[in-house]
Design a protein around this ligand. Sequence first.
Ligand code: ADP
Length: 500
Amino acid sequence: MSTAVSTTPMHNRVQEFVSRPRKMFVDGKWVEAASGKTFPTYNPATGEVLAQVAEGDREDIDRAVKAARRAFDSGPWHEMTPSQRGRVIWKLGDLIEEHLEEFAQLESLDNGKPLSVARIADVPLAADLFHYMAGWATKIEGNTIPISASSRHVKYLAYTRREPVGVVGQIIPWNFPLLMAAWKLGPALATGCTVVLKPAEQTPLSALLLAELIAEAGFPDGVVNVVPGYGETAGAALASHPDVDKIAFTGSTEVGRLILQAAAGNLKKVSLELGGKSPNLVFADADMKATIPGAASAIFFNHGQCCCAGSRLYIEQSIFDHVVHGVAEQAKKIKLGPGFDPDTSMGPLVSEEQMNRVCSYLESGLHEGAEAVVGGHKRPGAGYFVEPTVMVKTKPDMKVVREEIFGPVVCAMPFRDVDKLIAEANQSEYGLAAAVWTRDISKAHRIAEKLRAGTVWINCYNVFDAALPFGGYKQSGWGREMGHESLELYTEVKAVCAAI
Ligand code: ADP
């Protein structure tokens, strides 16, 4: 592997981590794939192989599911009190904080994001998620319910229990590898489930480091199993496994549909966090000092590889040129480079495939008559770099306006009429997020109510918190992650009714 492009020295532990093939974590042990196969993960800043990783497939998934089943049905996890469970989850949060630099470096190397961003966003948010969820372990309660079947002769005591759903399969994407693992594992562990986690094949490393800490934190064997591998093999085997009670997936809407089909066999519970094409609405009365950098960051954060990226920028006609110019100036200031370079503000896209995908959208937009005010191309040379791009003169039926690009490409469109604006903003198969920028706070809340999206930001964007539920309307998904809503994804409600 190459460190030639790095200007930040690589942490010794990270150097060691990538220098030999990584095994998978099943039943508390580090094991090779049943097939003995490994697959490469790449450094997207150079295109070179970063590390080799055990390639999980059907047999490995089956072993992991059996281990998770044993750990769920019997053994120490089953016996642990909610307070003890909360304590190990909290400890995991502490351990992530202690290993912040290693995680940030692995994330930057594997995914491409700037090290500085991984240090202040991905890793602290992941630690905070576990700390937040640790508190819920002792607060998962049912209700006592007065039922009308009671009479003078027979009295009933009726109550509900919230019980863990069982063995959970979790399939996560590559855009925030550690954070997505935290969003998935946190509520599953707080509720007492056991897990088989499959990280994305592009970015398996941070989940494997996390598994080391899971063992150190004191989770019993088999409670969390991490099986890296490809989606069509390991992922499909997990989604269709007959002994998995629930599958939680984050990724593309297209694969979300495949997950649903695979889950139909045993009708396992399904939660999905899928794509988006989020509208970002800018009014003439907005504070431009906050709005222009906010609108730029809404699309360019994480190189646009965010399911909630503000990729449709609607700007009130009277300030259209001013805002477009401002966002384009912000784009010009973005320094593309390897994540380890402290001057880098935007790294490469995660893979060659992703770069080609984004470039084909750029070509399609330009071909259909849109114009790039800034950007519009990939950067020549090594690595998967695409210029931050602002497109204008788009039409509502263009692919660049309708489809999720998952890259640093925003379509800026003028509006005059608020009702038409809301209709246009909602005219999408997606409904993950939206934002409104205005000084008129009543208008902002009235519009927030009308937007068909799981999150609406007002005068801000990309604000995430472990306590704030996140998820999609329409084809952006099923269920909400984070917040106490996420506990519902991992619990069954049992009604107990006793004649007394
Ligand atoms: P992207 O297209 O952005 O790479 P995907 O939705 O393909 O995102 O991938 C998200 C996750 O889903 C990854 O962990 C990937 O391995 C997994 N995956 C891909 N295809 C399947 C499939 N057919 N069944 C189960 N998991 C899959």
